[in-house]
Design a protein around this ligand. Structure first.
Ligand code: HEC
Ligand code: HEC
Ligand code: HEC
Ligand code: HEC
Ligand code: HEC
Ligand code: HEC
Length: 499
């Protein structure tokens, strides 16, 4: 088959070879992926993004070569070149070229359509968001994999439906690619996200506030840092909704997102952990009440300069899928699940000691933790080391498992930098407003009543477990004797710095 003379030049020929080779590779990968189910998370990157760049560059080289060649032929006046653009289908060479051009364009357009559709899908996939920039996204991805949202795609919360947010996310995505390539990204990645899509447009696609539950029973298991790792249980009835679901969100915890309620606040730190100013607006009556923290006061001009934020789901559920647990919490969970043996004396105390250190990377952590654990049991419990060494080895594996799921030294990501606003034990959480110090002009405070948000149905050790009926509440007993100080201090003021 012959092509116009202008085609026969090095640039066009090299372009054709590049394009041809890439088409073959792409088809090969596609077939391999479809029929033999091979290829990991990166194959999409090659098929839909990298190889097409070469393919298109090859295709562009063909006309460039031809134009250069034509110009040259014109200059030296060789034959076969006519002035202007005339297509003569009687000429066999031109007919061939034309057929190849039409067929090629058709195939190319088809591939482009399929390719861009797949490229779109690929950039929306969890592999693209979570695995491609492995070190950067590792903490978020690991935590996500262990969350209730592990089957919800990253983009369903971070982008949502609609073209405008798609474009916005791709624009900021381009900056992110740049910052990863040139290592300009911050460690840890700052939270909160500056322009996260409003929760109503993402969370409420799946969670419908009209149909929230009334209550939720929560069982918590703790192990004290004593020689027996004493088990301490607490059962709470969380008052998430109203007494009866038909009443809507008239009271209970989800009252804050009632259609008639608007709560605005000003945070004094960028992580939104301290809230000196709150305004509650009743949208039905138009009344509004301002509460200010009597201890954490702020200069009015400074207050005016800060962002007023309207409360939504994220102001409580800020860690729905990236929850880095504090060591005391994940250790309790691992003891409860048996991954850290409860029979091993002082294992909770030791866990708190080793997790209280910071490590440069995971390998160093493993070395230090392993060494310290072996040393601890050798010198304090030599009999266990001799007769039951496997318990100690199991504990080390348990420690490292907890570490690998919750602490990410490379990205400096851990519970300490990513507070969870639900609750009030290790973080300020609900007590950002409900600490009993936020007062309005009538000297009323936002309630800190222990029965406002939950009741305690049962508590105590295994041997001494006290319980009551579902409509009653026990008075809280602090697991270790700290006198009445839990009534005066916020729990997090001790618990954040316990170990
Ligand atoms: C259920 C919804 C949801 C899903 C699914 C989800 N995220 Fe998030 N993500 C959030 C919320 C909420 C925040 C915190 C927002 C805030 O506080 O401003 C967040 C924060 C982040 C941050 C900022 C750092 C931080 O921890 O605050 C990164 C990075 C991130 N997500 C990446 C991902 C990746 C990658 C995936 C998929 C593997 C994913 N997210 C899936 C809801 C989600
Ligand atoms: C694509 C659907 C989807 C989206 C979007 C979504 N979720 Fe979920 N969510 C789920 C599913 C599914 C579950 C698991 C339900 C279960 O375990 O019964 C869940 C569970 C939860 C739970 C209970 C988890 C637990 O462990 O107690 C909370 C709280 C929650 N989601 C909050 C949010 C918030 C906040 C957002 C927005 C940032 C959000 N969800 C976005 C589907 C979604
Ligand atoms: C004032 C804080 C607060 C706000 C605002 C809030 N939640 Fe919750 N939500 C809670 C608490 C506390 C629980 C109880 C469970 C727990 O402690 O994790 C809960 C439970 C849930 C659950 C699981 C139990 C259930 O009732 O189904 C879902 C799902 C949920 N919230 C979704 C949302 C969504 C979606 C929004 C925004 C429209 C929202 N929440 C706003 C505090 C809040
Ligand atoms: C930004 C401030 C703020 C935060 C954070 C906050 N609340 Fe509130 N909450 C309020 C205000 C204001 C009221 C109304 C006080 C009043 O009218 O006395 C309120 C009322 C309540 C009520 C009573 C609702 C009713 O009328 O029955 C419950 C329950 C509640 N909050 C639970 C929580 C929980 C649980 C959290 C943490 C997950 C939380 N709140 C976090 C500001 C906040
Ligand atoms: C404004 C709402 C609110 C108030 C007021 C409040 N709590 Fe809580 N509390 C919560 C929430 C929300 C959680 C659940 C955290 C979670 O889901 O892990 C919680 C959890 C707990 C737990 C279980 C912790 C665990 O991990 O085992 C205890 C115990 C507790 N609260 C005691 C108290 C006591 C005592 C008071 C009174 C000083 C009090 N709470 C006041 C909202 C509140
Ligand atoms: C004066 C400091 C202080 C205050 C305030 C305080 N605690 Fe504690 N808490 C402790 C100490 C010390 C321990 C024992 C730690 C251990 O044995 O691991 C403890 C242990 C606990 C434990 C079990 C241990 C575990 O696994 O985490 C729970 C649950 C607990 N406290 C809840 C609360 C709650 C809820 C509040 C607030 C109402 C509170 N504490 C306020 C000091 C405090």
């Amino acid at each position: 088959m012959k092509f116009p003379a202008s085609y026969y030049n090095p640039i066009s020929l090299i372009g054709s070879i590049i394009a041809g080779v890439n088409i073959v590779i792409i088809l090969f990968f596609l077939i391999a992926m479809m029929f033999f189910n091979v290829g990991g998370s990166y194959i999409g990157l090659y098929i839909y993004m990298i190889l097409p760049i070469f393919l298109i560059s090859g295709l562009i080289m063909i006309p460039i070569g031809m134009i250069r060649r034509t110009r040259r032929l014109k200059r030296i006046g060789e034959d076969g070149v006519k002035k202007g653009l005339k297509i003569d289908l009687d000429d066999k060479k031109q007919r061939n070229a034309m057929a190849v051009f039409v067929l090629g364009s058709f195939v190319f357009l088809l591939l482009t359509a399929v390719g861009s559709y797949e490229a779109f899908h690929f950039t929306e996939s969890n592999e693209f968001c979570g695995l491609l920039c492995h070190t950067v996204m590792e903490p978020e991805y690991e935590a996500y994999e262990g969350s209730s949202h592990a089957r919800v795609k990253c983009v369903e919360c971070h982008v949502g439906a609609g073209a405008d947010w798609y474009v916005k996310s791709k624009l900021s995505g381009m900056y992110q690619v740049y910052s990863v390539l040139f290592k300009k990204f911050p460690k840890p990645i700052p939270t909160p996200i500056e322009n996260l899509r409003p929760a109503q447009e993402t969370c409420e696609k799946c969670h419908w506030p009209e149909k929230f539950y009334s209550y939720r029973i929560q069982n918590e298991k703790h192990y004290l840092a004593d020689s027996a790792n004493t088990e301490w249980n607490i059962q709470l009835k969380m008052k998430t909704g109203s007494e009866h679901i038909a009443m809507g969100l008239v009271d209970g915890i989800h009252w804050h997102i009632n259609k008639d309620v608007k709560i605005e606040y000003i945070a004094s730190s960028s992580e939104r952990e301290f809230v000196p100013w709150v305004r509650y607006i009743n949208l039905a009556t138009g009344d509004s009440v301002v509460y200010q923290d009597i201890y954490d006061t702020m200069d009015p001009t400074l207050l005016d300069s800060l962002e007023v934020r309207e409360m939504d789901c994220i102001d409580c559920h800020n860690r729905p899928s990236h929850d880095y647990l504090p060591p005391q919490e994940f250790t309790d969970l691992l003891i409860a699940s048996g991954q850290i043996p409860v029979e091993l004396p002082e294992v909770k105390t030791l866990a708190m000691e080793v997790f209280n250190n910071t490590y440069a990377d995971r390998d160093t952590a493993r070395q230090v933790i392993e060494k310290r654990t072996l040393e601890f049991y050798s010198s304090n419990y030599p009999q266990i080391m001799e007769e039951n060494r496997k318990l100690v080895d199991k504990a080390i594996e348990g420690f490292m498992y907890g570490f690998s799921k919750n602490i990410f030294p490379e990205m400096k990501a851990s519970w300490d930098v990513y507070p969870n606003h639900i609750g009030h034990i290790e973080y300020n959480g609900c007590f950002r407003c409900h600490n009993g110090n936020h007062m309005n002009s009538d000297n009323q405070v936002i309630s800190r009543d222990c029965n406002l948000c939950h009741t305690i149905l049962a508590q105590g050790t295994k041997e001494n477990y006290k319980s009551t009926s579902i409509n009653e509440s026990l008075e809280f007993i602090h697991p270790v004797d700290i006198d009445e100080s839990w009534k005066e201090y916020a729990c997090f003021e001790c618990h954040r710095y316990l170990y």
